[in-house]
Design a protein around this ligand. Structure first.
Ligand code: SF4
Ligand code: SF4
Length: 449
């Protein structure tokens, strides 16, 4: 950060969502849930402390200086504090507001502004740029130039050497516009492919479409979709988030339920209308889309029982014991806890393995969007106790439901030298249903109903 520690940036009330900050009753029940408070033990690094800082700035009792900005940046936006809060404080919305206002008020360094522009405005909204970047990364990994080639773009401690190998193109190619149901008909859904997901975890998208088709859904994947803008909103680029929200609304205008297999994107899309003033015509359109958003597990879980008992061939398709780690934006952001467990229990029964509960599964893994890139030291420190819980569990498979968490766990497990496979819940389901029904048929469009 280029700002001098003593430079006051603003005492403007507009930096803070003051009305929401008044909901806090200072009870402190959120403190033990907060990963940054657990790291420092300092009140200002806790949810209550951050709200206190925000209020002090709004009331002119404190300056929004670099120390204030640092505490806002230190937060992972995991929203664990919201689950603990008896007063219903909407901390995530408050933090997005403050980060958005700070991004305007705070003069980032030229390098940071360039990297933000490159990431948020050039790469994330354009699939072909992301695809090109992934190809370059794969090429660099193959000829031993990785991580040297990425050093100028990431902090020294980013641990780039543990970054997973970028998959080959056949795994990164776009999904078919329509995958026809192969199981007993259950209707049609649209599916979000995401921005980074196809490049790093195309296999997860394929497992998502294939398992939904096996569970009876026609899966429509509009070609016009792009990044949903959640990374922009979390990191203070609200203008970029609004532009991508409009593109997403246009792309998914077919009124089908919108299935999302990335918890961070799903949590963002469910409150998409918050990006627009109520008087803005886009507000109503965003609210309509938000009401159609469904996490993958919500759609798949009720259908799994329709497949009947698993044949013996499903045994051995998973390595046990298996644990599930709740992505923050699924359990705290969308209050979804039971459905992934129901899916995994059914899959574990079919595969003949045991599912165990992971200690502190609802605490943040430290991924937090691009937090792990921007603040690798803090990100690794947040993951450390969870790695210890994983080691103690003696699990052989760890399951998540968010690409950022999947990446964070893969890198952490590689660093720790653990023999644990990381899978997305859709990959687990796909492995089991592939043994229940014949492979789903992928076909080119006709237009969706
Ligand atoms: S969002 Fe997470 S890191 Fe931020 S204050 Fe709340 S619990 Fe702490
Ligand atoms: S739990 Fe809620 S009300 Fe209590 S201190 Fe934390 S944010 Fe404030």
């Amino acid at each position: 950060m280029s700002t001098s520690p003593s430079t006051p940036l603003s005492s403007d009330r507009s930096l803070v969502d003051y009305a929401k900050s008044l909901d806090c009753i200072h009870c402190g029940l959120c403190l033990r849930t907060c990963p940054t408070y657990q790291l420092t033990g300092v009140e200002t690094s806790s949810p209550r402390g951050r709200i206190h800082l925000m209020r002090a700035v709004a009331e002119g009792r404190a300056k929004a200086d670099a120390d204030f900005a640092e505490e806002m940046d230190f937060c992972l936006l995991c929203r664990h504090c919201e689950s603990a809060c008896p007063a219903g404080v909407r901390f995530g919305e408050m933090m997005e507001h403050t980060r958005g206002a700070l991004a305007t008020a705070r003069p980032h360094s030229l390098r940071t502004r360039f990297l933000r522009w490159l990431g948020f405005r050039v790469a994330l909204p354009r699939r072909w740029v992301l695809s090109l970047a992934a190809s370059i990364m794969r090429g660099a990994q193959s000829i031993g130039l990785w991580p040297a080639i990425a050093r100028p773009f990431a902090p020294r401690e980013a641990g780039l050497e543990h970054f997973p190998k970028v998959p080959r193109w056949s795994e990164r190619r776009p999904l078919p516009r329509l995958t026809r149901a192969s199981g007993a008909p259950a209707g049609a859904v649209a599916m979000l492919e995401g921005c980074v997901m196809p490049q790093l975890y195309g296999r997860v998208n394929r497992a998502t479409a294939a398992s939904l088709a096996a569970l009876g859904f026609d899966v429509h994947v509009p070609a016009a979709q792009t990044c949903c803008g959640s990374l922009h909103a979390h990191n203070g680029d609200l203008e970029g988030a609004r532009a991508l929200a409009k593109r997403t609304i246009e792309a998914f205008g077919e009124r089908l339920p919108l299935v999302v297999n990335s918890a961070g994107c799903g949590a963002h899309l469910r409150v998409l209308h918050h990006l627009f003033e109520a008087s803005d015509p886009w507000h109503a359109r965003a609210r309509e889309l938000a009401a159609r958003v469904r996490d993958y597990t919500e759609v798949a879980a009720p259908r799994l029982s329709t497949l009947g008992p698993a044949p013996d061939s499903a045994r051995g398709v998973l390595e046990g014991p298996l644990v599930y780690d709740d992505p923050c934006h699924l359990c705290h952001g969308q209050q979804i806890r039971a459905q992934p467990r129901a899916l995994l229990d059914a899959a574990c029964r079919a595969a003949g393995i045991t599912r165990l509960e992971l200690a502190d599964s609802e605490s943040c893994c430290g991924s937090a969007g691009i937090y792990s890139v921007l603040r690798p030291v803090d990100s690794k420190a947040v993951l450390e106790p969870k790695l210890e819980s994983l080691r103690r569990s003696e699990a052989r498979t760890l399951v998540t439901a968010n690409p950022g968490c999947q990446l964070q766990w893969e890198q952490g497990i590689a660093r720790a030298g653990l023999d644990v496979r990381v899978l997305h819940v859709a990959e687990v389901v796909a492995r089991v249903v592939e043994h229940e029904v014949s492979a789903p048929a992928a076909v080119d469009p006709p237009a969706p109903p």
